[in-house]
Design a protein around this ligand. Structure first.
Ligand code: IPM
Ligand code: MN
Length: 354
């Protein structure tokens, strides 16, 4: 089976970690009887500086034709915040209608956890973040910009359709995962009496269709506390775009840091895009010190989405083995080996596990 994959290495350390993900994919391809046909795109800060282009419409049209997109990182120190993020990353998410941002929070065995007395059996949940609406739509504007009377308005857009499809994905996932069969809605119903209220009503309306799923609700501020105090309470968490952005950075640190956190921008009916969630880490560019596990785990999620379950399981096992057996730390510069060496090891273990 041949899979056509668009690869966007992107900025900073993106290309370095993407190279390791591709290394692992290529290693499992033969034994798993898969063929990958990669097409590289030079989207990112350098292209923007040269041409002023972020994500041209012609490239979006091409991206629609792939089975999946594999992304490194977007963000460049010479480019003002927002231009590349909105112009490339958010544009891709919106245009390709990748309405789910799926972010597993899994503590691998042997990985240092900053939480006292918590281990891999306590930290194993998934955040389903809505990915095309909320505060991210960019609805709003300035009035009397730059004057003492300036007004700035930014509005959260929540549609019933967008909320329902996100909740449905989360309920289905809670059913598919064989854990606690529990879904927690995270919002702020005590203050956001319109936006969070819509989420809450939609959640309550859908719950009877899933009698096998236990439902729970937590305010977003309390959720930050529970992620630290009782992460074992969570199985599947569903929330809006901005809350999901914030709580998944917290999720990343309890699973060992940005070096291990992966995510998928999912369009269940279209093209999905997989990425390490940690950003471009420009100060480490070219030093071979950043952890490629997040990017390799993103490639692993991509394998699952492509239906390559055998290869996906092997890569997952290989990551766990390297993390527990060989690596000194998950932090940049402290792994006891280079970015490339981590990739070599995981590629080798993945082939052995197939
Ligand atoms: C993420 C990132 C992005 C987001 C930024 C880079 C726009 O933080 O993927 O979590 O806020 O969604
Ligand atoms: Mn983020």
């Amino acid at each position: 089976m041949t899979h056509r994959i668009a690869v966007i290495p992107g900025d900073g350390t993106g290309p370095e970690v993407v190279a390791e993900g591709i290394k692992v994919l290529n290693a499992v391809a033969g034994p798993a009887n898969i063929k990958f046909d990669y097409h590289y795109y030079d989207l990112g800060g350098e292209r923007y500086k040269k041409t002023g282009e972020t994500l041209p419409g012609s490239v979006i049209a091409e991206l629609r034709q792939f089975k999946a997109i594999y992304l490194g990182a977007i963000g460049h120190p010479d480019v003002a915040p927002g231009i590349l993020e909105k112009g490339i990353l958010l544009r891709a998410r919106f245009e390709l209608d990748q309405y789910i941002n799926l972010r597993p929070v899994v503590l691998y065995p042997g990985v240092d956890c900053p939480l006292k007395d918590k281990g891999p059996e306590d930290i194993d949940f998934v955040v389903v973040r809505e990915n095309t609406e909320g505060m991210y739509v960019g609805a709003g504007g300035f009035h009397k910009h730059g004057t003492p009377d300036e007004v700035a308005v930014q509005t959260s857009i929540n549609t019933r359709k967008g909320v329902d499809r996100c909740l449905k994905f989360a309920f289905e996932l809670a059913r598919k995962r064989d854990r606690d069969k529990k879904l927690t809605l995270v919002a702020k119903t005590n203050v956001l009496t319109y936006a969070s209220n819509l989420w809450f009503r939609a959640f309550e309306a859908m719950a009877p269709q899933y009698p096998d799923i236990t439902t729970d609700y937590a305010h977003v501020d309390a959720t930050c506390m529970w992620f630290v105090k009782n992460p074992e309470w969570f199985d599947v968490v569903v929330t809006d775009n901005l809350f999901g952005d914030i709580i998944t950075d917290l999720g990343a640190i309890i699973q060992g840091g940005m070096g291990v956190a992966a995510g998928g921008n999912i369009n269940p009916e279209g093209v999905s895009m997989f990425e390490p969630i940690g950003g471009s880490a420009p100060k480490y560019t070219g030093l071979q010190v950043v952890n490629p596990i997040a990017a390799i785990a993103a490639a692993q999620m991509m394998l699952e989405q492509l239906g390559e379950t055998k290869a996906a399981a092997a890569v997952d096992g290989a990551i766990k083995k390297a993390a527990s057996k060989d690596m000194k730390s998950m932090a940049a510069g402290k792994m006891g080996m280079s970015t490339g060496q981590v990739g070599d090891l995981i590629a080798k273990y993945a082939v052995e596990l197939i």
